[in-house]
Design a protein around this ligand. Structure first.
Ligand SMILES: Cc1ncc(COP(=O)(O)O)c(C=O)c1O
Length: 314
């Protein structure tokens, strides 16, 4: 999947040309996975581009950095502003935004003390993560043979580059076996999450999702889905989910910035209900896309408009 380049990338306080946004090969992050990042979407709305849940994403970015003792010289407000400017300067109507805090070049060695903590922000066009049909028709998934990290190994709440080695193993296995995605279990054998998305299960009208202690990332879309469900009077709660519940549930869907709200129609080739997208999933999709596309009022204040002025600052 070749990516569509945009013009400029924000690096440590200034914009550089896309092709010049480079790091030294001996940067700490290259060798030891010492980076934390976010994935954020900006949506096209009738009032212009708007970034979805910007402050929550940057808060999580800085929390991920804090967990790894990476002290960024930029504040939450400065990073939010830089994200807005990166979308603006690239004149993007809708896009994916990737802020990355990483340990740069100083010395090679596990001890990170002394390495500079750097920040880069890219924004570029990006389509539907699991294919154009995924949102409407759903996807086929498998249970991965790799478990999510045990709680006292790597912190799942940090969105750290190193965690995605586990995600890559899951994704590679899923694709090699002919599935769109893999769902991982935690080290207790209970359902955790997908390689890059949270999971919701509908059982008898109730929406269930694994809790934080099932080694999940505390997803921001997960939070949006839970809020929307409550407003739609759909009971929702965190629950320990055994693998086999995925085979016999009524509906199943992923949530995440990349997948948005994507239905799952089979697990390990076992069809979920009759294989169609169910009513709860449809209701959540409708509520979610209504807000992000600016079709219904943004009653939660989830969208930050990209100011026109940001587009002209070089
Ligand atoms: C492992 C993992 N779980 C869940 C999610 C969903 O999180 P969010 O909704 O904040 O994008 C992501 C995506 O960031 C992820 O990488």
């Amino acid at each position: 999947m070749a990516m569509t380049k945009s013009e400029k990338i924000w690096m440590n306080g200034r914009f550089v040309a896309w092709d010049d946004a480079k790091v030294h090969v001996l940067s700490h992050a290259m060798h030891y996975g010492s980076s934390v990042f976010e994935g954020i979407r900006a949506y096209r709305t009738p009032k212009g581009p708007a970034i979805l849940r910007l402050s929550e994403h940057i808060e999580r970015l800085l929390n991920s950095a804090k967990i790894y003792r990476m002290k960024s010289e930029y504040t939450q407000a400065q990073i939010e502003q830089a994200c807005l400017e990166t979308v603006g300067i690239n004149k993007l109507e809708e896009c994916y935004i990737r802020p990355l805090i990483y340990r740069g070049y100083d010395h090679v060695g596990v001890n990170p003390i002394g390495t500079p903590v750097e920040l880069a922000i890219a924004a570029y066009p990006w389509g539907k993560y699991l294919g154009n049909d995924a949102l409407e028709k759903g996807v086929a998934v498998k249970i991965g043979t790799w478990a999510r990290m045990a709680p006292n190994t790597l912190p799942a709440m940090a969105k750290a580059g190193g965690n995605y080695l586990n995600s890559q193993l899951l994704k590679l296995e899923a694709v090699a076996d002919g599935y769109s995605e893999a769902i991982a279990l935690d080290t207790n054998g209970y359902v955790s999450e997908g390689s890059g998305e949270n999971l919701f299960v509908v059982v008898k009208g109730e929406l269930l999702t694994p809790p934080l202690h099932a080694s999940i990332l505390n997803g921001i879309t997960r939070d949006s889905v839970m809020q929307l469900a409550r407003e739609l009077n759909i009971p929702v709660r965190e629950a320990i989910i055994p693998r086999e519940l995925l085979y016999i549930c009524d509906e199943l869907f992923f949530s995440g910035t990349a997948v948005e709200v994507t239905p799952i129609t089979s697990v390990d080739r076992v069809v979920v209900k009759d294989g169609s997208v169910g009513p709860v999933t449809k209701a959540i999709q409708k509520a979610f896309f209504g807000i992000v596309n600016g079709e219904v009022p943004d009653r939660h204040g989830w969208l930050t408009p990209v100011p026109q002025a940001a587009a002209v600052r070089a």
